[in-house]
Design a binder for this molecule. Structure first.
Ligand SMILES: Nc1nc2c(ncn2[C@@H]2O[C@H](COP(=O)(O)OP(=O)(O)OP(=O)(O)O)[C@@H](O)[C@H]2O)c(=O)[nH]1
Ligand SMILES: [Mg+2]
Length: 438
């Protein structure tokens, strides 16, 4: 991971689809200065925007005019010399400029995420920050944005550095004693509070790990399955919440066959609602397959909502919440079941309460927490492995050398998470999910 290891200079359109008001073209690598000169632009002062004309290297005529910025290495996003052109968002301008750039020796179009990959390779970003950037670009809701920004700003990395320092200190205590102990001496005693420190660290990491489900739900969306007998109004509710007529609604029981998913943003939290086939005994083969899908959908859901218009629910499901439907068509409330709220998509009553209940499921245990930084499968795995090693370490106070080794394993697992070691398998997958120009 040495700086400036790349011979070639990468270029890309970093802004969105053309035509647009402004197009941002970036070039990163040793050829950035040459590219600037190629268009007849005097290199601007470092990090100062300069208004300039781009001159065509072919006929000396102005191609376009705009802002030019230069970030000399290592003080740039990628850690390399980085040139940024802010031009008019015209297809013709961008095409011409990129063609001219890539015609130069050792200049080529960037692959997806390659600017960020170089930033990582040059030690500008750790892996969790890189993931934070990817999450931020993907973020659709306010809660996703908050989660992504704190990861991008190093919230998780800071914690990991702190935990690893504590592990290092605990190891150093052992190693210092090993150095001074006679070889055939009896094993030394660790200080009284040693085990306390170890278990305190373990529980700190565990608190973070426990927020995984919350973080994952925010990041990926909360999966909600709408389940009930046929005709209770599942599809009607889905359509109402999605403000669309995505699912077919009829008064024929057994209308819905496939699982239909829609995404909704409830006060900044992404929910993925799944409308499912009504569950009943049936000899209809297609309907039967639909019902199996309902069961699967409920198994994969974070929240399973049972819907009923008569107080009965299909058996075999673990409902997190029960909703009485068609409130407008009944004189009395539904009895004989623990109904959390009653709604009507005709009158709209009860819908606000349902939304409140849904949000409460997500924030119930984590109200006081600002954000769950633990939100990727990789996080969960790394923290679990780290905790396992600490657990083993706690049982090895009689064998300090083995204990020190478990501390090393624990720390190593965290080092992988921030990309300090063993990242090759993660990198390709991670960066291929990025957009070009980032
Ligand atoms: N009055 C009233 N009718 C409703 C309400 N919600 C749904 N319905 C009616 O109930 C019938 C069934 O609605 P759907 O949404 O198709 O029910 P479903 O649970 O998806 O049914 P399946 O797909 O067959 O399992 C339709 O005629 C709807 O118009 C409601 O809140 N009030
Ligand atoms: Mg339906």
């Amino acid at each position: 991971m040495t700086q400036g290891q790349h011979q070639d200079t990468i270029v890309a359109l970093s802004s969105g689809q053309l035509p647009s008001g402004v197009a941002v073209i970036r070039a990163s690598g040793p050829g950035a200065r040459t590219i600037c000169a190629h268009f007849g632009i005097l290199l601007p002062d470092a990090r100062v925007a300069k208004f300039a004309k781009l001159i065509s290297p072919i006929d000396g005529i102005v191609v376009d005019e705009g802002l030019v910025l230069f970030f000399p290495n290592p003080n740039s996003f990628s850690g390399e010399d980085l040139l940024e052109l802010q031009l008019h968002g015209s297809r013709a301008v961008v095409q011409f400029v990129l063609d001219q750039m890539t015609a130069l020796e050792h200049v080529r179009l960037a692959e997806p995420g390659e600017f960020t990959r170089r930033a990582f390779e040059n030690g500008k970003l750790d892996l969790t920050r890189v993931e934070g950037i990817a999450d931020l670009i993907d973020a659709r809701t306010e809660s996703q944005r908050r989660l992504a920004v704190s990861r991008m700003r190093g919230g998780l990395n800071d914690k990991i550095i702190d935990w690893r320092q504590q592990m290092l200190r605990l190891r150093a205590e052992i190693e210092a004693r090993l150095d001074f102990s006679d070889e055939d001496d009896v094993p030394f005693d660790l200080p009284q509070n040693y085990l306390n420190e170890l278990t305190a660290l373990r529980s700190t990491i565990n608190v973070e790990l426990q927020s995984f489900d919350h973080g994952r739900m925010i990041r990926e969306g909360v999966r909600v399955a709408l389940v009930g007998k046929p005709n209770v109004g599942k599809s009607s509710l889905l359509n109402y919440l999605a403000r669309s007529d995505t699912a077919i609604v009829t008064d024929v029981p057994g209308t819905t066959r496939d699982v239909i998913e829609v995404e909704i943003d409830l006060d900044g939290v992404l929910f993925v609602l799944a409308d499912t086939a009504g569950v009943r005994e049936t000899i209809d083969e297609v309907e039967q397959i639909g019902i199996e899908r309902s069961i699967r959908s409920a198994k994969n859901a974070d929240i399973v909502i049972g819907l009923t218009d008569d107080g009965t629910l299909p058996v075999g499901f673990d409902f997190d919440m029960v909703i009485g439907t068609k409130r407008d068509s009944r004189e009395t409330t539904i009895e004989c079941l623990d109904v959390n709220c009653e709604i009507s998509v005709k009158s709209g009553e009860g819908i606000d309460e349902l939304k409140r209940l849904l949000k409460a499921c997500v924030y119930a245990e984590h109200d006081s927490r600002e954000t769950g930084l633990i939100s990727h499968a990789r996080d969960k795995q790394a923290l679990s492995l780290s905790i396992d090693a600490l657990d083993r370490a706690a049982n090895l106070v009689y064998a300090p050398e083995l204990l020190a080794e478990e501390l090393r394993i624990s720390s190593y697992s965290l080092a992988r998470l921030i990309g300090e070691v063993g990242t090759e398998d993660v990198l390709d997958e991670l960066f291929s999910g990025f957009c070009i120009g980032k």
